[in-house]
Design a protein around this ligand. Structure first.
Ligand code: ADP
Length: 490
């Protein structure tokens, strides 16, 4: 059996349900395009309500046997899947670049990042313990055991087409849940390829099912899962409005929910910071994936005594970033995902400039490269009246806000309904302790811009959602606790 695949082998154009590739029940199809050129990469099955239902049927049927499989056998399947991902890292990286636009090095990096969750949860699968509760009454034994919740629906965004779905499927399968999934309409091909590798790795039919849907069909397809009592959990990464909609709609059947939603990450540079390190940390965290990540700094607060100097240092570095299609090996920033995304970036920058922001570098579309490119941009004199202070720009734009003292910075950083990632740079140990305690965020990068790791709990507070992915905590969302009370033992 071949284990190393060509790109053409990995481009799948049908849904994967019950171990088979199947067309949509209604026969509908939609186009997946390359954001660098607008060219159609593939025309694929467009799943609606009936396809979602067929996926749930398969997942519900497969659940009892997968739940009862030995943890070490589930772990072995996940380890084989992990090995296949690594073996095919180059080709998967190319596929990510093709449909999502990120440079190849980042696409390949995403494969390794996503695979690290699979390996992590494969190991965790064999370490799910319960408790024997100290005896309270003679003749009675009480214990708590952890059980998989059942069928899980996973809905993912386009910015990390492989990592987002891998880090939902891996913990679900590890604990014995079965999965129905729907990737984003912009980037379904990577998820379909990943499911193909999972099948090759020995995931049994029905345990993992994936349908692809256009934006239009996604609504009835997901609604079917939301209203189906057999689906016990929804795990979602995406925007806050859609997350709230899922929470509302799934309330009817009281599903367990994990919601990893939008952020509006602050990045604070105090006057005692190592400014070189702060510039590097900002470049790493802000420009990964062209600024299209939910943990990207969206608001950069710089203390006034270092404000101009930091702005100059940053703008010089940002101006050197190479914007090019993923096919150019020197590319550091690719196209944005689609026209809607570039329009939003342009709207935010124009709004800021019209309200007094100064453009230190960038500030324009790069139309010579294609319709979806935007120049890496640094704006000085940003204020809280500008749109980019309260909404995620999701692009390569750094607005610099000025602050005078620590209390003002903390207040501004927390002055948002969101609370996913936050970052700050300081070399004062007492300040580090104070600020880390006061930031209202699920994640705090302290003198560090690269915070993601499979070993760490990833997730937000406030309207950035709830639940954690990765780490030992990442399993809890897929488990429920059963209390066993055995009497008559004396
Ligand atoms: P983005 O704005 O980044 O596309 P979304 O939250 O809109 O983020 O999309 C994230 C995921 O949610 C995608 O898979 C998308 O298809 C899905 N989605 C968006 N709107 C709905 C909806 N009304 N019902 C079900 N799924 C949706």
């Amino acid at each position: 059996m071949a284990t190393k695949f060509e790109l053409s082998d990995l481009i799948r154009t049908e849904h994967f349900i019950d171990g088979k590739w199947v067309a949509s029940i209604g026969g509908k199809r939609f186009d997946v395009t390359n954001p660098a050129t607008g060219e159609v990469i593939a025309t694929i099955a467009d799943g609606g309500e009936a396809d979602a239902r067929a996926a749930t049927d398969a997942a519900a049927r497969a659940f009892p046997a997968w739940r009862d499989a030995l943890p070490k056998d589930r772990a072995a399947v996940l380890h084989r899947w992990h090995a296949l991902m690594l073996e095919n890292a180059d080709v998967l990286g190319r596929l990510i670049s093709l449909e999502q636009g990120k440079p190849f090095a980042e696409g390949r990096g995403e494969v390794l990042y996503g695979a690290s969750y699979v390996a992590w949860f494969a190991d965790e699968a064999t370490r799910i313990y319960g408790d024997l509760i100290p005896q309270q009454q003679r003749g009675k034994r009480m214990s708590a055991v952890k059980e998989p919740v059942g069928v899980v629906a996973a809905i993912t965004p386009w910015n990390f087409p492989l990592a987002m779905i891998a880090r939902k499927i891996a913990p679900a399968l590890a604990v014995g849940c079965t999965v129905v999934g729907k990737p984003a309409e912009d980037t379904p091909l990577t998820a379909l390829a990943l499911v193909m590798l999972a099948h090759e790795a020995g995931v049994p039919p029905g345990v993992l099912n994936l349908i692809a849907s256009s934006r239009e069909s996604a609504v009835p397809a997901v609604a079917d899962w939301l209203h189906d009592g057999r689906v016990r959990k929804i795990t979602f990464t995406g925007s806050t409005p859609v997350g709230k909609y899922l929470a509302r709609e799934s309330a009817e059947t009281l599903k367990k929910l994990s919601l990893e939603l939008g952020g509006n990450a602050p990045f604070i540079v105090f006057d005692d910071a190592d400014l070189d390190a702060a510039v590097e940390g900002l470049l790493v965290s802000k420009f990964r994936n062209g600024g299209q990540t939910c943990v990207c700094p969206n608001r950069v607060y710089v203390q006034s005594s270092v404000y101009e100097k930091f702005g100059d240092m940053l703008a010089k570095r940002v101006a050197t970033l190479k914007v090019a299609p993923a096919t150019d090996s020197a590319a550091q920033i690719g196209p944005m995902i689609n026209a809607r995304a570039v329009d939003k970036i342009a709207r935010h920058v124009d709004d800021a400039v019209s309200k007094g922001a100064r453009t230190l570098t960038g500030g324009k579309r790069l139309t010579a490269l294609g319709p979806n490119y935007y120049a890496p941009t640094v704006l000085a004199d940003a204020t809280s009246e500008m749109q980019l202070s309260c909404e995620e720009t999701f692009g390569p734009v750094v607005p610099l806000f000025r602050f005078e003292d620590e209390a003002e910075a903390i207040h501004a950083a927390n002055d948002t309904p969101f609370g996913l990632a936050s970052y700050f740079y300081s070399q004062d140990v007492r300040r580090i302790d104070r600020v880390s305690r006061q930031l209202e965020a699920g994640i705090v990068g302290i003198n560090e811009g690269a915070i993601s790791s499979e070993a760490a709990p990833f997730g937000g507070v406030k309207e950035s959602g709830y639940g954690r992915e990765g780490s030992k905590y990442g399993l809890d969302d897929y488990l429920s606790i059963k209390y066993l009370c055995q009497g008559g033992l004396d």
